[in-house]
Design a protein. Structure first.
Length: 277
């Protein structure tokens, strides 16, 4: 929705702001510091042509914003530090159909409770991103699950997942409850075991292997993914782990575990893997 227009007006705003401050005696270092940029970028802003907006009225609006912001910043001085940024975005699709977002960015870190709450929300967002048409043929008989943890997690109680399983019911993905910490022992243990070898991974899910072991090895090679194995759930250590294959045994369902740095990246990786077959 924002696309090229969004990038263009933001570029123009930054360029006009940098030029205004430079013309009023600020150094490139001072401009770079307060804009969160680099001196080389500020230098390029001074010599590039200004990007054109869709209409000249929009250009006048953006240039006016830059002038007002620069004026305020000059009064505050180059040593002032922004403590909060508030963004308001409104998108109208038609009469009575308006999306409006009014959010503040502070640059501060979440505390431990907030981090856990944010992680649970990302799990729910991740499930909503799953393409049911892609996952349907590879849904395990016992259902699938998604688990994730914070970077300092070390026990299954610190790994979040969906209680029970995520399954397909009436052509829709269903889960019995909202995600919670300590909800999946098996998947949590697999994730923690993998993190001993690859601490960057904080999210994992399981699907039915979409092909034979040889085909999966070839897929991983084609997609530049690191593959290891876990016969009957016992992980074989490997430096860097993106995919884990448990080929199963008598009375033991085969599983393909996919790992990523966060839940949203995990779903994208799963879709890419499925599309490769």
């Amino acid at each position: 929705m924002l696309g090229k227009d969004g990038a263009t007006w933001l570029d123009r705003l930054h360029m006009q702001l940098a030029r205004n401050l430079r013309a009023n005696g600020w150094s490139q270092a001072e401009i770079a510091e307060i804009m969160g940029s680099t001196q080389s970028t500020v230098s390029r802003m001074a010599h590039r042509e200004l990007p054109e907006m869709a209409g000249t009225s929009d250009e006048a609006t953006i240039d006016g914003w830059a002038h007002e912001i620069a004026l305020a910043m000059r009064q505050l001085g180059s040593q002032s530090k922004p403590t909060r940024q508030r963004f308001v975005m409104e998108i109208a699709f038609g009469p009575g159909q308006v999306l409006r977002f009014d959010k503040s960015l502070t640059g501060s870190d979440l505390d431990s409770d907030q981090e856990q709450t944010a992680l649970l929300k990302r799990l729910e967002w991740a499930v909503s991103r799953i393409d049911i048409n892609k996952i349907s043929p590879w849904m395990p008989a016992v259902g699938m699950n998604i688990a994730c943890c914070l970077e300092n997690s070390s026990s299954t109680a610190e790994v979040a997942a969906f209680p029970g399983k995520v399954s397909i019911v009436d052509d829709r993905l269903r889960h019995h409850d909202t995600p919670a910490f300590g909800a999946s022992n098996h998947l949590a243990n697999m994730l923690l075991s993998a993190r001993h070898n690859d601490s960057d991974k904080t999210a994992i899910l399981n699907i039915k292997p979409p092909a034979s072991g040889e085909d999966i090895e070839q897929m991983c090679e084609n997609l530049d993914l690191n593959l290891t194995f876990a016969p009957k759930g016992e992980l074989v250590p490997h430096q860097g782990i993106d995919v884990i294959l448990d080929e199963g045994a008598f009375g033991w369902e085969p599983s393909l575990y996919i790992l990523a740095h966060n839940p949203l990246e995990l779903i994208d990786r799963m879709h890419n893997i499925i599309a490769a077959f």
